[in-house]
Design a protein around this ligand. Structure first.
Ligand SMILES: Cc1cc2nc3c(=O)[nH]c(=O)nc-3n(C[C@H](O)[C@H](O)[C@H](O)COP(=O)(O)OP(=O)(O)OC[C@H]3O[C@@H](n4cnc5c(N)ncnc54)[C@H](O)[C@@H]3O)c2cc1C
Length: 416
């Protein structure tokens, strides 16, 4: 049995763990990350299959996230963005809702092909205006109803809720019921208003990979199984002693007896990837499916945003489903999805598309309620960080890691 001693050991090389490690590294404090998988990033990963880049489920990076420029050199990601807005389809009918300030060329489409009532448009503008004044910590305020309740209170029509808000924000929050707090919704709405939903050139996994250049040492393939006093026991039989132990494992609470208590506290996500011939007409928008009978929430073509996502001559289509956790047979699933896509969006010849991969992720986003006092928790010399403590997003994970890092730096410099 090997035993070694460190000032700080971080369990988990997701974005929160990497961010904390970089913060310490910058202050000249050495840390060790133990990571059970063979690559960094946790939920933000990209795998390669047949020359396609597949993110672990449909994910985007909002370039307006305020933690980004504190955490990474954003230029290195070579970001490219989706159109700001969406196409809304329902059994072959097509409507448009685009941000007129970012897409003046689509203003006529939006005005004449707009999905809701005119009063909904006025309400959207009013709400976007209101979100401008939401402070950076607005999401955390306790006095919030659910997003659905809020939209109903604001007088939005059922039509715009079903055709736009549910598939768009239901997809972002992985919560088609829109139970997420309205404060968080307004905060995020503002991020969408000022920023763009982007993909890095080499896939979302590039975010984490770029952070390993500033973090401390990482040991991959090392799973922590428990902690006894200040010693971490690893599955490999090794033991590591540390003055400070940080749990950055996201959901898994084996180590600390945990912050997150059970599976019901997570939202799941299912993404199916289809491959097909290169599109003849560019489609840089998210397409939202408003048909309540459809299994599809939305679909898009990441290869239209970043050409590296598909080999030359091919397209990659990412389809997000409403349901999850099912034991899916890929062929049956593909047949069903292609049938639905042909009904909802007949402009594309779907017969040329076939199954590439799918990800069914039970622990995609923590169910989160507003009102957390802090983005990390501390008990003795143990700290818990991650999106489940801060708030569910890349920005939340980064903020949690950064703020815990600042706290730890001060503690260590004070000799604690
Ligand atoms: C399908 C999907 C879509 C998403 N879409 C978006 C989006 O569009 N925009 C957005 O902002 N956010 C999105 N998110 C959320 C975002 O990915 C997370 O909020 C963020 O990555 C969480 O980071 P984390 O470091 O807190 O946790 P994690 O990423 O879960 O990292 C935890 C790490 O700990 C490791 N680990 C766990 N247990 C152990 C152990 N016992 N020993 C050693 N290592 C261990 C894990 O392998 C992992 O690497 C999405 C998430 C998913 C899954």
């Amino acid at each position: 049995m090997n035993s070694s001693q460190y000032e700080v050991v971080i369990i988990g090389a997701g974005l929160a763990g990497l961010r904390l490690s970089s913060e310490l590294q910058r202050a000249g404090i050495q840390s060790l990350i133990v990571e059970k998988s063979d690559q960094p990033g946790g939920r933000v990963k990209t795998i390669e299959k047949e020359g396609f880049l597949l993110d672990l489920g449909f994910q985007v990076l909002l370039d307006s996230y305020d933690e980004l420029d504190k955490s990474i050199t954003i230029e290195k990601l070579d970001l490219s963005s989706f159109d700001s807005g969406a196409i809304l389809v329902n059994k072959g009918t097509k409507k448009h809702l685009f941000n007129p300030l970012k897409h003046p060329e689509k203003i006529l489409n939006t005005l004449f092909g707009y999905p809701g009532k005119f009063s909904d448009m006025v309400r959207i503008l009013r709400m976007a205006y209101r979100s401008v004044f939401s402070k950076n910590d607005f999401y955390a305020r306790k006095d919030s109803v659910s997003t659905r309740q809020f939209l109903l209170q604001q007088g939005f029509s059922q039509e715009i809720i079903d055709s736009f808000f549910t598939p768009f924000f239901g997809g972002v929050f992985l919560d088609p019921q829109l139970e997420v707090s309205a404060n968080y919704f307004l905060w995020l709405l503002d991020k969408f208003r000022v920023g763009n939903a982007c993909l890095p050139k080499l896939g979302m996994g590039q975010i984490a990979k770029s952070m390993t250049t500033t973090s401390g040492e990482i040991r991959f393939g090392e799973e922590a199984t428990s902690i006894v006093k200040n010693t971490i026991l690893l599955k490999s039989g090794k033991e590591i002693e540390a003055k400070w132990i940080v749990n950055a494992t996201g959901k898994e609470d084996v180590v600390f007896g945990g912050y997150v208590k059970n599976d019901n506290e997570f939202r799941s996500a299912t993404t199916v990837y289809l491959k097909g011939p290169k599109l003849t007409t560019s489609l840089k928008s998210l397409v939202l499916v408003g048909n309540p009978e459809s299994s599809i929430l939305h679909f898009s073509f990441p290869s239209e945003i970043q050409k590296n996502y598909a080999p030359e001559g091919f397209s990659l289509c990412s389809v997000s489903l409403k349901w999850s956790g099912l034991n899916l047979d890929p062929l049956e699933l593909t047949e069903k999805i292609l049938k639905e896509l042909s009904l909802e969006y007949p402009d594309i010849s779907w017969s040329g598309y076939s199954y590439l991969a799918h990800f069914d992720i039970p622990y995609a986003l923590p169910k989160w309620t507003t009102g957390n006092e802090s983005t990390f928790t501390v008990l003795d010399h143990r700290i818990v960080i991650g999106d489940h403590v801060a708030y569910p997003s890349i920005n939340g994970a980064l903020k949690s890691g950064r703020e815990a890092g600042e706290f730890l730096r001060k503690q260590i410099q004070a000799g604690m």
